[in-house]
Design a protein around this ligand. Structure first.
Ligand SMILES: Cc1ncc(COP(=O)(O)O)c(C=O)c1O
Length: 368
């Protein structure tokens, strides 16, 4: 009997032998808490992204929250967030008590729309969180320049963009701080986990205290000094070991993601019914997940599922979600994309042959 095709949207690719060796080291040292493997992981990310200060956290969500706290976002402030993003971006703002102000996205690349953003600036605007969806960061320089001119802080949500670049610089290193996620469907995963990068020593010092109960300096376990209130967002040595084991073949991971995306780009028929959102590979973007605009999206999803192919629906725009409910009238582009966005299988271990099969199935679906 012919084996049934099973192609996932994304799944972790962990170098088990390498990670087991590192995890054994952690266990042999009997120090599973945050420690030297965490520091080592941070150092490697700092070198990789060519950024001075790097600090781990428990997740991408907590990383964004900490970054907002570190730039002193207060309940009376407003923070601008693109309307199409994972709710984590807006939830992190809500957790600070500040007001979430939703901004429409661009029709070509799903990134925060700068014209709409300009209309939503008020005296209370403290920060903007651009989101590098699927690894795309096209308009970051324009946004940074605008924010600077208005003295507004920028916290980049680069959860999906580790190693993606805009020109010669890595996404996540343009703003006051950049936040990354190591959840299981990212380019590397530590189970859960996140990291914040910044070039600002003051922000870094503040982050260090905020993630560890407001503690100053190393823990002695006893009479430590606590200068502020803080949280427990430690990133353990076990997570560090897992992260380090995957960083060692990062170049290969990037290559696979680029090659896989280019197979989609070359082989999918693009027209009014179906088009890829697209990446600027030559400008340095790393396509973590290949995303597309498509008519009859739910039918396409179901059809592919029957053929053993799992895609992923995009998140609903935030204005459609209960905590952020607003009418679509002010979000024309979000409305255009509503229930028409999909992620195609983008796992690091998807074979070229399987991607070609997905392309064929999609092309056939729109032919009939
Ligand atoms: C755009 C975006 N922002 C934030 C997050 C939150 O990261 P985490 O799941 O690590 O909290 C994610 C996670 O997938 C994301 O895709």
């Amino acid at each position: 009997m012919k084996k049934k095709l099973k192609i996932p949207f994304a799944r972790p690719v962990i170098n088990i032998n390498k990670s087991i060796n590192l995890i054994k080291d952690v266990l042999n040292k009997n120090f599973p808490n945050e420690g030297e493997f965490t520091r080592n992981f941070e150092k490697k990310i700092s070198t990789l992204l060519k950024t001075k200060y790097v600090i781990t956290s428990t997740s991408g969500t907590s990383a964004i929250f900490l970054a907002l706290k570190a730039i002193n976002v207060l309940p009376e402030d407003e923070v601008l967030v693109p309307n199409i993003t994972f709710p984590a971006t807006a939830n992190a703002v809500k957790l600070t008590g500040a007001k979430v102000v939703l901004v429409d996205v661009n029709k070509n690349d799903l990134l925060i729309n700068i014209d709409d953003l300009k209309k939503k600036i008020t005296r209370k605007t403290k920060a903007i969180i651009p989101v590098h969806i699927s690894g795309r960061g096209g308009n970051i320089l324009e946004l940074i320049q605008f924010a600077k001119s208005k003295k507004i802080k920028v916290i980049e949500d680069a959860a999906e963009a580790l190693t993606s670049k805009s020109g010669s610089r890595f996404l996540g290193t343009f703003g006051d701080a950049g936040c990354f996620s190591f959840a299981p469907n990212k380019i590397i995963t530590t189970g859960q986990g996140g990291i914040i990068v910044t070039k600002d020593k003051k922000i870094f010092d503040s982050l260090k205290r905020l993630k560890d109960q407001g503690r100053v300096g190393m823990t002695t376990g006893g009479e430590d000094k606590y200068s502020t209130i803080g949280f427990n967002f430690k990133f353990t040595n076990l997570q560090g070991a897992l992260g380090l084991s995957q960083l060692s073949n990062l170049k290969k991971r990037i290559k696979i993601l680029r090659e896989n995306y280019l197979i989609y780009e070359k082989n999918l028929n693009q027209n009014d019914n179906f088009r890829l959102i697209g990446f600027r590979i030559k400008k340095g973007e790393v396509p973590l997940w290949t995303d597309a605009y498509c008519k009859k999206r739910n039918a396409l999803f179901k059809y592919l599922k029957t053929q053993g192919v799992t895609c992923r629906y995009f998140w609903h725009p935030l204005n459609y979600c209960k905590p952020y409910k607003q009418s679509f009238s002010k979000f024309k582009n979000s409305k255009f994309f509503f229930k028409k966005l999909i992620w195609l299988p983008s796992s690091l271990d998807t074979s070229k042959k399987d991607i070609l099969k997905v392309c064929k199935l999609i092309n056939n679906f729109y032919k009939t």
